[in-house]
Design a protein around this ligand. Sequence first.
Ligand code: ATP
Ligand code: MG
Length: 254
Amino acid sequence: MEPESKIETFDLNLYYGVFRALTDVNIRIPARSVTAIIGPSGCGKSTLLRCFNRMNDLVEHTQVKGRIVIDGQDILEPEADLIALRRKVGMVFQRPNVFSLSIYNNLKFGLRIHSMLSRRDQIMQTVRQGLEQVGLWDDLKDKLSANAQSLTLEQQQRLCLARVLILRPDIILLDEPCSALDPIATLRVEEMLRVLRKDYTLIIVTHNMQQAGRVSDFTGFMYLGRLIEFAGTQKIFTNPAEQLTEDYIRGSFG
Ligand SMILES: Nc1ncnc2c1ncn2[C@@H]1O[C@H](COP(=O)(O)OP(=O)(O)OP(=O)(O)O)[C@@H](O)[C@H]1O
Ligand SMILES: [Mg+2]
């Protein structure tokens, strides 16, 4: 049986000015699984990821063509609700982007923007759930008023994920989320992603092939703005259909 698809693109093309950064990308991302996007630097991984919550709209002179369908709806339609889209499709970046606010206020901030909760006891309960989901509650429950920037990088990255999770997204985009972390912290974060995939659709961009192998169910390999191959991770790493994929995985380039 075909897995249920969460995101599907049809001949997706993206231009930065005259530069074509994505060329005819047709990808189907299965629901409730981890998809890794791999490929050499500059091949369009981050650009593709940013398409899924229309973050590229914030980049000047960007033009997008084609269709991006999430849960049956074309998110490129002019009437698409961008605030709702960005709540539904959360994003975590390479460097944890915590605000210079308390841990509590970092979490409350997103809830406020989306006017999701107003009662203090409800907010507290949600903050707690978010921190529990990312394994931070026990460590941080007694210092919720500490500045979030005083946390370790791993804690900051987990906090960023909690900030996304409490908005109840369906999809979480992760752009090299572990590249600032040490190997042990990286393994712990990967472990958390494996748990989250039961309830969310996760898409992780990574330069780390071992990470893609450990954490993902499906892998897409990109090269020069094109999606060269998309398949189960096992297949991509053991028996890819394309020579280019094989060369990349064997470390011949990139
Ligand atoms: N705002 C922009 N304006 C013009 N060109 C851009 C812009 N952002 C990215 N590009 C170009 O688009 C291409 C794809 O960039 P992108 O950042 O998506 O690649 P990437 O695969 O994420 O690379 P990396 O692995 O280095 O993060 C690159 O050639 C890059 O230089
Ligand atoms: Mg990138």
